[in-house]
Design a protein around this ligand. Structure first.
Ligand SMILES: Nc1nc2c(ncn2[C@@H]2O[C@H](COP(=O)(O)OP(=O)(O)OP(=O)(O)O)[C@@H](O)[C@H]2O)c(=O)[nH]1
Ligand SMILES: [Mg+2]
Length: 290
C-alpha cells in the first residue's frame, strides 16, 4: 500500500460512522419486536459488500426476505452465482429492478407470510392482523424507492446519495401491509478496506470520507481487472499502467476535456468523471464482488 492510500484509509477509519447510524441501530433493536417480517435490502452490484455484516445479531431470529435491488445495473451472471449461494444458506432471495420491473413476487411472498401468521392466530381464536415489515439495509441501496414502488406512490424521500432517509417511518401498502422505512446503517468497524471502497464507489458511504483520487484509482483498477474492455470502450485505455497511473488520468482528461486553463490536467475532474460514470452505469452492467 502506498502512502497516499494509507492516508485515505486512515481518514475513513476516523470519520465514516456517523452518530445517527448508532441511533438507528438502537431503534431497529427496539422496533423489531413490533414487526413480523424484515426486508433485508442489498445492492445487486455488490451483493456481498452491501450486506449488513452483523445483521444476524441485529435481528436475531426474525423472518427475513433478501431483496436485491438495482438488478438492472448488475452483471447478472456474477450476481446470480452469489444469490444462489444465499439461497443455499436458506434465504428467500428476490432480485428486483425498481426502475422498470414489478414487485409482484415480493408482495406474493409477503402475503404468504401474512396468511400463515393469521392462520395460526385463527387457530388460537384471535382476529386477523396486518403484516408489519421492517425495511433495512446499508445507505442508498433503494429501501425508500422499494417502499414507494410497493405503496404505488411517492411517500418516502429518495435520492442517489447515502443518508437520504433521516428517521424511521411507517408507510401503508394496501389494506394489509405496513412498511417501516429506516435510515441506511453501517457497522462501527469496517475492517475490510476493499469493502469500504466498493461501498463508497457505489455511494453507500459518503465518498468525501475517502480520498477522491484513491477511490477513482481503485475503480479504474477494479474495472480493469474485472471488465477490461469497458475502459477501452469508454476511455480508449487498452491497458492500465499501474506504475504510472497518472498517464491513464491524462488519457481520460484529453478524451473528456478535463483540462485546466493552460492545458494542465484537472485530476479532480477526471476522478469525478470516473466515479460518476460508474454510478450512472456508463461503464456497463457491473458486479464488484466475487
Ligand atoms: N437503476 C436502479 N436504480 C435504483 C433501483 N432501486 C433504487 N434505485 C436508485 O437508488 C437511489 C437510492 O434510492 P433510495 O431509495 O433513496 O435509497 P435508500 O436505501 O432509501 O437510501 P438511504 O435512505 O440514504 O439509506 C435512487 O437514486 C434510486 O432511484 C433499481 O432497482 N434500479
Ligand atoms: Mg431511504
Amino acid at each position: 500500500m502506498n502512502e497516499n492510500q494509507d492516508k485515505g484509509l486512515h481518514k475513513s477509519a476516523i470519520n465514516w460512522y456517523p452518530g445517527h447510524m448508532a441511533k438507528t441501530r438502537r431503534e431497529i433493536k427496539e422496533m423489531k419486536q413490533l414487526v413480523d417480517l424484515v426486508y433485508e435490502v442489498i445492492d445487486a452490484r455488490m451483493p456481498i459488500s452491501s450486506k449488513i455484516h452483523d445483521i444476524d445479531d441485529l435481528l436475531k431470529d426474525k423472518k427475513r426476505i433478501l431483496v436485491v435491488t438495482k438488478y438492472d445495473m448488475c452483471d447478472k451472471k456474477v450476481t446470480d452465482v452469489i444469490l444462489q449461494q444465499y439461497e443455499r444458506e436458506g434465504y428467500i432471495v428476490i432480485p428486483i429492478d425498481l426502475v422498470h420491473g414489478k414487485c409482484d413476487k415480493l408482495l406474493q411472498a409477503s402475503r404468504q407470510v401474512l396468511q400463515e401468521m393469521n392462520q395460526k392466530r385463527k387457530e388460537k381464536g384471535l382476529k386477523d392482523k396486518i403484516l408489519r415489515v421492517l425495511v433495512v439495509g446499508v445507505p442508498n441501496v433503494g429501501k425508500s424507492t422499494l417502499i414507494n414502488r410497493l405503496a404505488g406512490e411517492k411517500k418516502a424521500k429518495t435520492g442517489n446519495q447515502p443518508g437520504v432517509t433521516k428517521q424511521m417511518n411507517w408507510i401503508r401498502v394496501g389494506k394489509d401491509i405496513e412498511l417501516l422505512d429506516s435510515p441506511g446503517i453501517l457497522w462501527p468497524k469496517l475492517e475490510n478496506q476493499e469493502q469500504a471502497r466498493i461501498l463508497a464507489a457505489l455511494s453507500s458511504i459518503k465518498e468525501e470520507i475517502l480520498d477522491l483520487f484513491d477511490l477513482s484509482t481503485f475503480v479504474l483498477e477494479k474495472i480493469s481487472e474485472l471488465y477490461p474492455d469497458r475502459l477501452q470502450e469508454r476511455y480508449g485505455i487498452t491497458t492500465l499502467n499501474h506504475d504510472d497511473i497518472l498517464e491513464t488520468y491524462q488519457t481520460i482528461a484529453k478524451r473528456r476535456g478535463a483540462l485546466l486553463r493552460g492545458g494542465e490536467i484537472d485530476y479532480d475532474k477526471v476522478a469525478k468523471i470516473i466515479l460518476q460514470d460508474l454510478k450512472d452505469g456508463k461503464l456497463g452492467p457491473i458486479t464488484l464482488d466475487r
